[in-house]
Design a protein around this ligand. Sequence first.
Ligand SMILES: [Zn+2]
Length: 278
Amino acid sequence: MDRKLLLIILDGVPLRNWRRLFGNLEGWVDSGDAQSWTIRSVLPSISASCYASIHTGVSPQEHGCTGNGNVFRLSQPDVFGQVRKVGGVTGAVAHSFWSEFFNRAPFDRVRDIEYDEPGSDSINHGRFHTMTGYGLINQMTPSDVDLFATLSNLCARFSLNYGMLHTCTLDSMGHRFFHDCQEMDHACVVMDEMLAPFIPRWRAMGYEVIVTADHGQDARGHHGGRDPLQQEAALYYFGPGQGPPGDTVLDQLQLAPTILSRLGAPIADTMRGEVFLR
Ligand SMILES: [Zn+2]
């Protein structure tokens, strides 16, 4: 495999916060360096259910993850496994749920916190964290710039073809402070500024880059149900592929087959969403 793509998932960022507060990403849309669309999450619009759907391309009703309390090794084909089938190298910097869904469960924090397994048929290079102890007064999330740096480190050391990064910082901030406040404005602009220098760096390393969220959050910081604030996020794409008109609303189930299409990896029969980049 000679193609390369990174998927960056900022957990729990509603569409209006992307458009209002992520000035670097929006600026790259204006300059023509990025394309952007609205993307609608599956139902339930709960983190774990969305992670599973983003990478398998099937709905929660099919993969069976009904929420954050129901995390297990999924049985459907997923992006990591499909990339491995054609010899691509995979990596992840993420919450431990991603390791449990796509590699092995339950999460053993000593064995699974960090692994390099070149022969794996799923994740070759994993760097995970559990957020154990998370609550409203202590987010237990790493600094996002450290996560972006860790992914860059894996890309450089192991020549990842596919890398996935996920961070819960903004989801945790939204649950704590809600969305119409200085704290949230500040958290989003800090994230935008921390992420921005990495995007041209990753592009220069030959990566296409997708930045999006798993779901949104409403005015009370809630998500899980059917509501545009809870389900809708922005998706930004940096690369040579051409997407649909800008007012198109993408379905979250389109992500997995689209990523595989960009990488030249086989799309599993279970992934029935339409590829949106050509
Ligand atoms: Zn989430």
